[in-house]
Design a protein around this ligand. Structure first.
Ligand code: NDP
Length: 386
């Protein structure tokens, strides 16, 4: 029987909800492109309920305990004395969410000889040292597509809120004020702008599609070029590299995974080649942008705004400079953890666990590492250090 160690974010500060703002979730039949939604045999949770926090347990307890497995759920993940570190040595399966990542470093993997499966209840497995997972024969899987559209919606919201100066204008209302000039002296229309995405995968392409009706000029760069019909449909300009694309853009949105090719990509040098007053929106991973370069660019005016929901480390310390830098629209890491997304990634996590315990294959679409190498979607989108 297996021990499953599940690291989730804390419950709401005023307790686990007993009621919700809405009674149901819209039914989604399939993802764009036709990939099916998660297909577990059944689920033991109500879609629309809070599943990603400790008391929600991703709806997994009954399923695991009925099969004789042990489930440990905790939010305590930092430091040698954390519940995570104490429980890890005899754990078979770790489940973690990018929003509250249990960093599975090489040192931690070395201390977990029984660990065979690391599941990301979400998308983005960069909190797992993939080289170490490969070396130790750990399978890494994530719930591909579960929250890609959730993030795309968040990106569009952040582009609009930055360009139109929404957050400071809302603050004027909260403060009892009415000074229009304070609100509009940094407010522009998105219409006509040049907007580029670094990566046009599931999220990047969904962002492009959602932006098209705003009558903007769309650009992208990606390691693999999109089919010609899509380039024509969206009137896309393709660039061979991020470096080539960003000088053209008023807004750049980052939608690539964090891996050796993308780490530190937006540094002083790259940002200095952007248009003065460009906006940078990063909901992918914090380390794709250099922390202090972003602060410097906002302070100098090279960037007019920066928004996103990804930080390093997570949770971000109280003195993280991105909390106080000018003209930012940061949120905690929430874009992929709407109640809608939670229902999908909880179901996807269950689907992966069912396959694992039944000894049937995990979908290729979910695999990042298996059999001592990058596999499935991981072989397409990630790279390793070696
Ligand atoms: P996909 O795998 O569908 O897309 C990733 C794309 O990035 C692929 O098209 C890939 O190219 C491209 N890519 C990889 N490396 C580079 C590079 N060096 N330069 C340009 N493009 C590159 O993933 P998603 O769109 O679903 O998710 C993307 C990322 O967003 C995740 O890895 C995760 O880090 C982040 N994310 C954030 C969430 C949040 O809550 N904030 C939630 C979900 C995801 P190709 O495959 O063509 O080689």
């Amino acid at each position: 029987m297996a021990k499953v160690l599940c690291v989730l974010y804390d419950d709401p500060t005023d307790g686990y909800p007993t009621t919700y703002a809405r009674d149901d979730l819209p039914v989604i039949d399939a993802y764009p492109g036709g990939q099916t939604l998660p297909t577990p045999k059944t689920v033991d949770f109500t879609p629309g309920h809070l599943l990603g926090s400790v008391s929600g347990e991703l709806g997994l307890r009954r399923f695991l305990e009925e099969r004789g497995h042990t489930l440990v759920v905790t939010s305590d993940k930092e430091g040698a004395d954390s519940v995570f570190d104490r429980e890890l040595p005899d754990t078979d399966v770790v489940i973690s969410q990018p929003f509250w990542p249990a960093y599975l470093t090489a040192e931690r993997i070395a201390k977990a000889p029984k660990l065979k499966l690391a599941v990301t209840a979400g998308i983005g497995s960069d909190h797992v040292d993939l080289d170490a997972a490969i070396a130790h024969g750990v399978t890494v899987a994530e719930v591909t597509y579960c929250n890609s559209i959730s993030v795309a919606e968040h990106v569009v919201m952040m582009i609009l809120s930055q360009v139109r100066n929404y957050i400071p204008s809302h603050q004027v209302v909260l403060d009892g004020g009415w000074n229009i000039a304070d609100c509009v002296s940094r407010s522009y229309d998105v219409e006509g702008m040049q907007i580029g995405t670094v990566a046009a995968g599931r999220i990047g392409l969904a962002v492009l599609r959602r932006l098209k009706p705003f009558d903007v000029h769309l650009h992208y760069t990606d390691r693999h070029r999109l089919p010609r019909e899509i380039e024509e449909e969206l009137n896309l300009t393709w660039h061979a590299s991020t470096q080539e694309m960003v000088p053209f853009c008023d807004v750049v949105t980052v939608n690539a995974p964090l891996h050796p090719e993308t780490e530190g990509l937006f540094d002083d040098k790259l940002i200095s080649t952007m248009k003065r007053g460009a906006y940078l929106i990063n909901t992918a991973r914090a380390k794709i942008a250099d922390r202090d370069s972003v602060v410097r660019a906002l302070e100098s005016g090279q960037l007019a705004g920066y928004a996103g929901d990804v930080w390093y480390p997570q949770p971000a310390p109280a003195d993280h400079p991105w909390r106080t830098m000018p003209h930012h629209g940061m949120t905690p890491h929430i874009s992929g953890s709407s109640l809608s997304a939670q229902a999908r990634y909880a179901a996807g996590t269950r689907e992966i666990l069912e396959a694992w315990f039944d000894g049937t294959p995990i979908r290729d679409e979910y695999l990042i590492v298996q059999g001592g190498g990058l596999a499935g979607v991981g072989a397409h989108s990630y790279s390793t250090r070696t």
